[in-house]
Design a protein around this ligand. Structure first.
Ligand code: FAD
Length: 540
C-alpha cells in the first residue's frame, strides 16, 4: 500500500558509517527523501574498510564515484604481492604474485575490477555524493535514542550527541538501522546474533613512514606478513603505496592480551630493525563470526555490521552491507510508491541472510587458514635446519594459506530461494566461490558487458524494472507491459541486438530488477504475465 500518512520524512537512516551513507546515496539517487543521523562528526579517524569489491564498484559507478575510488585508492600501477618473511629485513619465505590493477582483467560478465581504497577516501566520497542529492539530509552529532513503531509508521527520538541543540521527535514510514556492531535498535528489537562472538582480539596501527619502503629488499607488496615461531603474528598492508601503512597484530583468543600491544617493540620485531614512523591511530578490535536471525522487524530494517560481523579476510564486511542496502532501497521505494506487494519487505531477510551467513563463514574459514602453519623455532635460525624449516613453511603457506580470488562470492551470489524470483524447474547450478560463471538464471546478478556504443549493459538497470528483448527478432511483450501497468510497476523495455550480449544473456527475454538481479527470463512471453509481475513485486 502506498503511504498516505504525512511523515516528517519517509525514511530515517540511523548511522553514518559506509553502509548508512550508501543507503542515503541509494535512496537519494532514487529521489526518496531521507534523513541520516550520525552521532559522530563523520570524520574517519582510523580507516577500517579498504577492499571495495567488484559488486560495490558497480554501484559506485551508478553513484558517480567509481573514478574517485579508483584514482585515490591503491596505486593502479603498483604490484600487489603478498610476501611472507621472518622479518621485513630478514628471510623471505613465500610470495603470492599479484599484478597491478592496471594489468588485471575482470572476469567475463564484469567490467569493474576489485579496487583497494581506504575508508578515509571511500566515506568522504559517499558523503560528498549524499550532500549533492537534493532529497538527502545528513545530520551529524545526532543520536537516535529510541524508535517505536505502530501500524502506520515509526516514531524516532533524536538527541544532540554533542550537548548542543534540543531533543526532537521524527515520524517516518521506515527506519533503516545502520548502527554498526553495537546496535541499540537491534538489541531493543530482540534480534539475536548467531555464531561465534570472538575469533580473536586484534590491534591495528595506522602509521606514516617514508622509510618503510627503503629499508628492505622485498619489493612492492600489498601485504607484508611476518612468520615467527608463534606463526603468522603480524602484517603490514600498503594503504597509499607511498607512506601510509597499516600494521596489524593478529592477536589471540586471550581477552587479557587485548589492547596491550607494545607498538614500538612490535614494529621493530616486524621490521627486524628500528625505522622512522609516526603512529596516526591505533584500533583494538574483535574478530567475530555472527549473523542476525532476522534483518527486519516490521517497518524497521537493519543493514551492515548490525546484522553481520565478520573477520576482514576476503574483504566482505562493508561489501556485504552495500549488498544489503542495494537490495533494500528499491523495495522501500516500491512500498512508498504503492506498487510493492505485502511480502516485498520480508524478502529482504529471505534474500540477504543466506548471503550474509555465507560471507561470514567464508571469512572465518579463510582466517582459520592462517592458523594452519605452525613453524618450529628453527625458522629464525641461520643454519641448515633453519633453511629447511623456512622452505617447508613456505610450501605450506602456498598450499594451505594463500587463497585464490573469490569472484564467485563477490558477484556470483544468487537469491535462489527467494519468493520474488520466478524459479526454473531444473536444479540451480552450485554457487561458485572462486570462479564466476555469468548467468541470467533468475536470482542471479545480470552480467555486465559493453553495448555497441560503449555503455555498460548493467547501467541500464536501477530506476525500475527493465525487460531486455535480445536478438534480431525479439518476441512481443505487450502482455507483460499491460500486467506491469495494471499494478503501476515501473517497467522499461530495452532492445539489444548484439550477438555477444544475446549469447551472454542466454534468453530472448530477461526481466531485471532495480538491484540488477534477474527476476524472470524466457524465450517466449510468460503464459500468465500478471503472475510474473505479482511475484516480482512481492505480492504472491
Ligand atoms: C581491521 C578491519 C579491516 C576491514 N577491512 C574491510 C575491507 O577491506 N572491506 C570490507 O568490505 N570491510 C572491511 N571491514 C569491515 C568494515 O569496516 C565494516 O563492515 C563496516 O565499517 C561496517 O559499516 P557500517 O556502516 O555497517 O557500520 P560502522 O562502520 O560501524 O558505522 C556505524 C555508525 O553508526 C553510528 N551510530 C551507532 N549508533 C547510532 C545511533 N543510535 N545514532 C546515531 N548514530 C549511531 C556510529 O557512530 C557509526 O559511525 C574491516 C573491518 C576491520 C575492523
Amino acid at each position: 500500500m502506498a503511504t498516505t500518512e504525512n511523515f516528517d520524512i519517509p525514511v530515517l537512516i540511523v548511522g553514518g558509517g559506509p553502509v548508512g551513507l550508501a543507503m542515503a546515496v541509494e535512496l537519494g539517487w532514487r529521489g526518496i527523501d531521507c534523513v541520516l543521523v550520525e552521532q559522530g562528526d563523520g570524520e574517519v579517524v582510523h580507516p577500517k574498510t579498504n577492499g571495495v569489491n567488484i559488486r560495490t564498484m558497480e554501484f559506485c559507478r551508478r553513484w558517480g564515484i567509481a573514478d574517485t575510488i579508483r584514482e585515490n585508492g591503491y596505486p593502479r600501477n603498483r604490484a600487489r604481492d603478498h610476501i611472507y618473511f621472518t622479518t621485513l629485513t630478514g628471510w623471505e619465505i613465500a610470495r603470492q604474485t599479484n599484478p597491478a590493477y592496471d594489468e588485471v582483467s575482470p572476469p567475463r560478465g564484469t567490467l569493474e575490477p576489485f579496487q583497494r581504497c581506504p575508508q578515509t577516501v571511500f566515506d568522504p566520497a559517499l558523503q560528498a555524493c549524499a550532500r549533492s542529492l537534493a532529497s538527502v539530509t545528513l545530520r551529524y552529532h545526532t543520536r537516535c535514542v529510541d524508535v517505536e513503531q505502530d501500524e502506520t509508521g515509526v516514531t524516532a527520538q533524536l538527541q544532540a550527541a554533542n550537548g548542543e541543540g534540543t531533543d526532537e521527535t521524527l515520524r517516518c514510514a521506515y527506519v533503516v538501522a545502520c548502527e554498526g556492531a553495537r546496535s541499540p535498535i537491534r538489541d531493543a528489537l530482540g534480534i539475536k546474533l548467531d555464531g561465534t562472538p570472538v575469533l580473536g582480539y586484534a590491534t591495528n596501527v595506522l602509521f606514516r613512514s617514508e622509510e618503510f619502503s627503503t629499508i628492505h629488499d622485498k619489493g612492492d607488496g600489498r601485504s607484508y606478513l611476518a612468520m615467527g615461531p608463534d606463526g603468522q603474528w603480524a602484517s603490514v598492508n600498503a594503504i597509499d603505496g607511498k607512506e601510509l601503512w597499516r600494521f596489524q597484530v593478529r592477536g589471540s583468543l586471550d581477552p587479557e592480551s587485548w589492547g596491550k600491544v607494545d607498538v614500538d617493540a612490535d614494529l621493530e620485531r616486524f621490521a627486524g630493525r628500528k625505522f622512522d614512523y609516526e603512529v596516526l591511530s591505533v584500533l583494538d578490535w574483535i574478530r567475530r563470526q555472527l549473523v542476525a536471525d532476522s534483518y527486519q522487524d516490521g517497518r524497521i530494517l537493519l543493514a551492515g555490521d548490525c546484522i553481520h560481523q565478520l573477520t576482514p579476510a576476503g574483504s566482505f564486511g562493508m561489501n556485504t552491507g552495500i549488498g544489503d542496502i542495494t537490495n533494500l532501497s528499491w523495495k522501500i521505494e516500491a512500498m512508498l510508491q504503492g506498487w510493492g506487494g505485502e511480502r516485498l519487505l520480508e524478502s529482504y531477510t529471505t534474500e540477504r541472510r543466506p548471503i550474509g551467513k555465507r560471507n561470514v563463514d567464508y571469512a572465518a574459514a579463510r582466517y582459520a587458514r592462517g592458523e594452519k602453519v605452525t613453524p618450529t623455532p628453527h625458522i629464525l635460525e641461520d643454519s641448515p635446519a633453519g633453511e629447511k624449516e623456512r622452505a617447508e613453511v613456505g610450501r605450506k603457506i602456498m598450499k594451505d594459506v594463500l587463497s585464490p580470488p573469490n569472484f564467485g562470492l563477490q558477484i556470483g551470489y544468487r537469491y535462489d530461494s527467494s519468493p520474488l524470483v520466478c524459479q526454473e524447474s531444473e536444479a540451480p547450478p552450485p554457487v561458485e566461490r572462486e570462479t564466476y560463471t555469468p548467468t541470467t538464471r533468475p536470482g542471479a546478478r545480470a552480467p555486465d558487458a559493453r553495448l555497441t556504443d560503449g555503455q555498460p549493459v548493467i547501467d541500464l538497470f536501477g530506476r525500475g524494472f527493465v525487460l531486455l528483448r535480445l536478438g534480431d527478432s525479439p518476441p512481443d511483450v505487450g502482455g507483460l507491459q499491460e500486467a506491469a501497468a495494471a499494478r503501476a510497476l515501473p517497467l522499461e523495455i530495452r532492445d539489444i541486438d548484439d550477438p555477444e550480449i544475446t549469447e551472454l544473456y542466454e534468453r530472448a527475454l530477461v526481466l531485471v530488477r532495480p538491484d540488477g538481479h534477474v527476476a524472470w527470463r524466457g524465450d517466449t512471453p510468460p503464459a500468465e504475465p500478471q503472475d510474473v509481475i505479482d511475484r516480482v513485486r512481492g505480492a504472491l
